[in-house]
Write a protein that binds this ligand. Structure first.
Ligand SMILES: [Mg+2]
Length: 268
């Protein structure tokens, strides 16, 4: 187990978790930057086995639901964390555009929004080679144009090219992601709304008092979820930068989250 980055316990979070005792616990985790370290390319990302095992142990506790909430497509999530499909954990893909519970998958996005995104993707595709190192990732109802490996001097030109295309798509907006632009429908689904739907479905309309919800994430769409859920959830941001966050608690990196989960499993 990584020993470096936690173990000063985030006292507030610990007390809040202790106060959840006796109530059903819902945990929702983002993947990239939360359960997995960010890599140069999204296809290089892995979720270490040690963390997947902790999630599994967590899900085996009584009255506990483990869910995933990622911007990635469902296929990616199943490849990164195969336990989710095997055990039927609730999975939110594409930032809330798609939800899978058990074997049922439902789309939370209008068909025309999905088509607009895929049409824009077709227009971006030929531009990708003009920005060497940039990478287009198509998702259901969203796309990401990554520029982690692009010469930083070229990023403004890529952004301008994207904005020129976006003028023809008034229903789409670009959002900052980690070394990437994300394009999503506006107003679009958000992770927070999708999480709430799942928890309400299982814990009933009084879920904010009947259950405890813990949401963990590192990026802009997680911040949207933190804001959407407000005080109805315990929100944990993963990241060491001093950026503004709507989360109530913060841990520096995925290793720290892993350490926290191990400690939680050992002590609660
Ligand atoms: Mg993330």
């Amino acid at each position: 187990m990584p020993g470096s980055s936690l173990p000063e316990r985030p006292a507030g979070l610990w007390a809040a978790l202790a106060a959840c005792k006796g109530r059903p616990l819902f945990w929702f985790f983002d993947i990239d930057g939360t359960l997995a370290e960010i890599r140069e390319r999204p296809d290089l990302v892995v979720v270490p086995r040690s963390r997947r095992m902790l999630l599994q142990q967590l899900s085996h506790r009584p009255q506990t639901v483990v869910g995933l909430a990622s911007g990635r497509p469902l296929e990616d999530i199943d490849r990164l964390i195969p336990e989710a499909a095997q055990a039927g954990w609730p999975v939110i893909a594409a930032h809330g555009a798609l939800v899978r519970e058990g074997r049922a998958t439902r789309l939370r996005l209008a068909q025309d929004a999905i088509e607009a995104v895929s049409q824009l993707g077709e227009e971006i595709r030929p531009l990708v080679k003009e920005y060497p190192g940039s990478l287009l990732e198509l998702k259901t109802g969203a796309l990401a144009w990554h520029w982690r490996l692009l010469d930083p001097a070229q990023v403004p030109a890529l952004t301008a090219a994207l904005d020129r295309l976006l003028r023809q798509y008034p229903s789409l907006r670009r959002h900052p992601a980690k070394m990437a632009w994300e394009v999503r429908p506006y107003p679009g689904p958000n992770k927070g709304e999708a999480i709430e739907e799942i928890v309400r479905g299982r814990a009933g309309p009084d879920w904010p008092s009947a259950a405890c919800l813990i949401v963990v994430g590192d990026d802009a769409t997680d911040e949207e979820a933190f804001r959407w859920l407000g005080r109805r959830a315990l929100s944990v941001r993963i990241g060491s930068e001093a950026t503004e966050t709507s989360a109530q608690f913060q841990l520096p990196d995925p290793d720290a989250l892993e350490a926290l989960l191990a400690l939680f499993l050992a002590q609660f």
